[in-house]
Each structure stands twice: as C-alpha cells, then as structure tokens.
Design a protein around this ligand. Structure first.
Ligand code: C2E
Ligand code: MG
Ligand code: MG
Length: 580
C-alpha cells in the first residue's frame, strides 16, 4: 500500500460511524484483542474468545501475558516488546497458550494506538491461527525427507545425516560402519504375491531394522529393497560384525506375517568402515555396495566387509572371542586357562629386585598360546574385560599372599588395568575388597594404566585414580612416550611412577633422538617428583645408559622374563641369598 492509499484508507475509516466499527470488530473472523495503555485487556471479539477458549469476563482487566506460552523464551518476549516500542508495531509467528493449557502457533500483529498528543492509549492485537498451515508444511518437510512407504529416512535424509555422523567421528577419532542391506530374492515376492504383499514385507523389514539398532544409529531406505544402516562410534570390526550378525538374525530368524503368508526375508549385507575404507559418504557407500555384491556371490544371507582381510580378521577374531568367552566360563577355583607370570623390576640404587609386574598369559587348547596384546584387546572390545580384569586382580593378590607367606613381603606387585576397567566406578571398591580378603596392605599393590588410557575421559580417570591414591596404592603410567600426552597434563593425575616405553629403550645407545627424549623425560619426571622405570632393558649397554640418565628402576629380559609365581619366588630367593 502506498502512503497515499494508506492516508485515504485512514480518512475513510475515520469517517465511519462508531456503530459500523463496532459491528466490524464483533463480526470479524480474525481474532482481535484490545488493551489499554497500561496493557490491561479491555475488549476481545468472539473470534478471539473462540481461539483462546476464555470467556470475556475471565480476561477483562488482565494482562495479555496470560496468553504467553513457555515455548517462547523470555528473550523472545523482550525483543518483541522492544520492537513494538521502537516502531509501534510488531508482527510475527508466536506460540500462544489457550485457557486449557494447550499451545498453538499464531500469526500475531500488535500495534500501538496513540492520541494526538502522542500519548499511548491502546494496544490492538490480531491473531491468525496458523496451526493447520504449520502442520501442512511440517508434513511436506516430512515427505521430503522420508520414504512414504516405511517412514524411514529417505536417500536425501541419509545423505545429510551420514555427513554429520562422519564429521562427528572425524572429530572424536572414532570409527563408523556403513552397512548396505539388500533383501535376497525380493523380486520373487513381488512377482508371485503381488506388489501389495511386497510393500508390507518392506514395512515389516523396516520395523525390524529400526528395532535392532540404537536410536542414535541411522536406518534409511534408499529405494526398492535396499536399506542402509550407519553405526557411528563403533570400536572396530568386531562390533560391526556382531551388529551385522544381529541384523541378519533379526530379519531372517522369524518369518514376517503378511496377510495369510509367512515370509522369510534374508539379507545380503555389505560393510564399509570409516576411515579404513573411505573418509566420505560416496566412497563408503560405493565400497559397501561392492561388499554387498560379494555377499550375494558368497551365497546370500551373509555379510561381507569391503576389505577382504577384514573378513578373515573378523572370522578369526570372532573365533578368538568365542574361545575367550569359553575360557572365562571354564575358570574354577582349582583350574584356569589363564595364568599370571611375574617379571622383576630392579632398583638402580640397590641393584636388587624391588617389585614385580604381573602379566597375563592364556593358553587355549585349540588356538595355542595367545599374546596378551591380542586377547586383552579382544576382551576390551567384547565386554569380557570386566570378568577377566577381575580375575587378574584376584589372582595377582592371591599370588602376593603366596609371596608374603614365602617370606617375600617387600615386593610391590604391579597389575595392568585396561581403559574399560577404569570406566567402572566400582573398581576402587572391588580392589579394596580383594586386598582385605587376602589381608594385604594397599602398599603391596601398584596399578599400571597406559598413557592413552589416562588421556581418555580425563575427569573420570582422575577421579578414580584419586580414590586409589587416597587408599595408598601406587599408580604408574605405562608405555610412556607413546600416547602424545605431555607431562604437564599428567601431573594433574595423582600418579607416582612413569614407565618409559621399551620402544625408546630399544635404540637408546644408537638413536640420539631417543636418548634425548629419555634424558629430558627423566629430568622432568624427577622435577615433578615421579619415579622413572625403564621397560624392555635387554642389554648391559642399555642398563648402563639408563642408569646414568637417572632411571630409578629397570625391567627387561636382561634380568628376567616374566615367570610363573613359583619360579619367581625361587628366582628372588636365589638372588637375595647370593647377595647376602
Ligand atoms: P606392558 O604392560 O607394557 O608389559 C610389558 C611387556 O613387555 C610384556 O609383554 C613383557 O613380557 C614385555 N617385555 C618385558 N621385558 C622385555 C624386554 O626386555 N624385551 C621385550 N622385547 N619385551 C619385554 P606381554 O606380557 O606380552 O604383555 C604385553 C602387553 O599386554 C602389556 O604391556 C600390557 O599392555 C598387556 N597386558 C599383559 N598382561 C595384562 C593384564 O593382566 N591386564 C591388562 N589390562 N593388560 C595386560
Ligand atoms: Mg605394564
Ligand atoms: Mg609397558
């Protein structure tokens, strides 16, 4: 409207008789509310009463704030009031509350009315209910991002959600699995039983897929009988393969009841992993597609990883996980497939054995001797580290008791604790219980956590370590130098010792960089009041070098490998007798 038009309209309205204006106000389909200059309601038309659910006598004299809904923030109302005072009018979308407490979106126009002297006399507000319009646009939005048949996110939504998930994993340095799922012989269902039955089967499959993953995982339908699942933040291939197995079971183990038919839907699943098989969505999807065709070739109803070695590795690891599970279940007070061996630590000051490190050993009847590096990792990934870690603590303390009973009560025994165990807030209680059970003092025990473990979840780690330190247990950071942490960070943890990783010790005589790092680490650690233990000492030259640098204790094959408890008792006793 031009200024001239506005003026003309103004003049025409001004010329109207009050009775006409009154009739207009009462009849208007638009909800209108009028408040005085003090913002007290003085009039409302029937459209307003209908919209708000109030009777007129319930609102007269009250402040329009009674309509405010908590969905609008206080900041929103402030900004609205400010705009109204500055320009005399405010228009916009707002949530209002009806008398019955329900909220609804309205399009609101509020304007100030001033007299000739410029004095504010009234506020006039009109409300248009936009609930239906909004519902319609939300429905459109839903349609744009969802598959109308299954209501799962469609390809468009999958693309944007997956991009976000990948970025999240990139920031958190975690892995992500993308699984492309194609139903086997779905075409036959459509061809023989008709498309309506095929559609129902797809809906049933969609429901089962949604049920078998976490709510934070992405499940989408790309089209036809092709679905995709994205699992962010997974530990590795073992978790991906157990999820794929679960999907397979969920879909195929029980038939889908569609009308009179009991239909089976087996999947062929192709899996690609971020970042191993690709760092962007297109590459991951393409590689999952390749893997899915391998799954079809391999006889359908199975899953395949994109990288072949991953299939082998997944199979091997699954076999090992099962063996580990069985081994744990077979533990009795008399027998265990696991053992602890003990490796001595030598004090540089006295040249005698000052402590032992407990190292886990596992002999499986089929798989043979398995390195703890491998089985501890599998135990961590499969949730078995809790029972295994508990067993290790019990066994270590039982052996400390045996050492004491053999007259060796001045040897502190270090036990390795994994990251997963530290996440268990009960760990300090468990340790205290075990120490009490074997009548041991907290000073008899040392706990080693790796540098990378100490870096994870710093708050929780700090809290639990503090509880151990308060109990009087010695704490050591293992494999120091491999985790990119700084001493400045570690000094916030209540630790007592640093174990210099053996990769530095290995070339210490020849690699000047390693020597410089070791030397600087020893100096800094001593400044912070920490003891330094060097791991993996194999030669006399390394021993001499590390002693000169000021290391406090040495551990390695030069002195002894890790030995069973009985052998270590003999070893220590012989050494001590020889020294006397
Ligand atoms: P770690 O805690 O750093 O243990 C030291 C490893 O270095 C042991 O290997 C030990 O046998 C080996 N080692 C000791 N001296 C020498 C040497 O002079 N030269 C060489 N080349 N190696 C030496 P092991 O027993 O195979 O254990 C490997 C890792 O497995 C351990 O590293 C630890 O991270 C983990 N681990 C072992 N036992 C346990 C356990 O009971 N609990 C947990 N959570 N982890 C364990
Ligand atoms: Mg260790
Ligand atoms: Mg170590």
């Amino acid at each position: 409207m031009t200024d001239a038009d506005a003026l003309a309209v103004g003049q025409a309205v001004a010329g109207l008789a009050p009775a006409v204006l009154q009739r207009f106000f009462l009849q208007s389909g638009e909800a209108v509310l009028i408040a005085d200059g003090e913002n007290c309601i003085i009039a409302a038309n029937s459209a307003f009463l209908h919209l708000s659910g109030y009777r007129l006598d319930e609102i007269l004299g009250r402040n329009p704030q009674i309509l405010f809904a908590s969905r609008n923030t206080p900041e929103f109302y402030c900004a609205m009031q400010q705009a109204l005072h500055e320009s005399g009018i405010w228009t916009g979308e707002i949530w209002d509350q009806r008398k019955d407490g329900s909220v609804h979106p309205v399009w609101l126009v509020i304007s100030e009315v001033r007299d000739e002297a410029g004095q504010l006399t009234h506020y006039v507000a009109t409300f248009t209910d936009i609930g239906e319009r909004m519902a319609a646009s939300q429905k459109l939005l839903h349609l744009a991002y969802h598959d109308p048949l299954t209501h799962l996110p469609n390809r468009l939504a999958f693309e944007s959600q997956t991009e976000l998930a990948i970025r999240g994993c990139e920031r958190a340095h975690t892995k992500l699995a993308l699984m492309l799922i194609d139903l086997d012989h779905f075409k036959a269902v459509n061809d023989t039983l008709g498309h309506a039955t095929g559609d129902e089967l797809l809906k049933s499959v969609a429901t089962r897929l949604r049920e078998c993953v976490r709510s934070s995982d992405i499940v989408a339908r790309l089209g036809g009988d092709e679905f995709v699942i994205v699992l962010p933040d997974i530990d590795g291939i073992l978790m991906a393969s157990s999820m794929a197995g679960k999907i397979q079971r969920y879909l195929a183990e029980q038939s889908h009841t569609i009308g009179p038919h009991g239909l089976y839907a087996t999947p062929s699943i192709g899996i690609s992993l971020y970042p191993d098989d690709g760092v962007d969505r297109e590459t991951l999807l393409r590689n999952a597609d390749v893997a899915m065709y391998h799954a079809k070739d391999a006889g359908r109803n199975n899953y395949q990883f994109y990288a072949h070695q991953m299939n082998e590795a997944a199979g091997e690891r699954l076999q090992m996980e099962n063996a580990l599970r069985q081994a744990l279940a077979s533990i009795t007070p008399q027998h265990s497939p696991f053992m602890l061996h003990f490796q001595p630590q030598i004090s540089v000051a006295t040249g005698s054995i000052c402590g032992l490190e407990a190292l886990a050993r596992w002999h499986d009847p089929v798989l043979g001797e398995i390195s703890p590096v491998r089985f501890i990792q599998i135990a961590e990934e499969s949730g078995l580290i809790q029972p295994l870690g508990d067993w290790i603590l019990w066994e270590a303390c039982r052996n400390i008791r045996t050492l004491h009973d053999a007259g060796l009560n001045d040897l502190r025994v270090a036990v390795n604790i994994s990251a997963q165990q530290l996440r268990h807030e009960n760990l300090p209680l468990i340790v205290r219980g075990i120490l009490d059970c074997y009548e041991l003092a907290p000073g008899d025990l040392e706990l080693e956590i790796t540098e990378s473990t100490a870096m994870q979840n710093p708050e929780l780690t700090r809290d639990i370590l503090q509880q151990f330190a308060d109990m009087g247990i010695t704490l050591a950071i293992d494999d120091f130098g491999t985790g990119y942490s700084s001493l400045a960070y570690l000094k916030h943890l209540p630790i007592h010792r640093l174990k210099l990783d053996r990769s530095f010790v290995k070339d210490i005589e020849t690699d000047t960089n390693d020597a410089a790092i070791c030397s600087a680490t020893v100096a800094l650690a001593h400044n912070l009041g920490l003891e330094i233990v060097a791991e993996g000492v194999e030669t006399c030259a390394q021993r001499d070098f590390l002693s000169r640098l000021g290391c406090d204790a040495l551990q390695g094959f030069l002195y002894s490998r890790a030995l069973p408890a009985a052998d270590i008792i003999e070893f220590v006793t012989t050494q001590r007798n020889a020294a006397d």
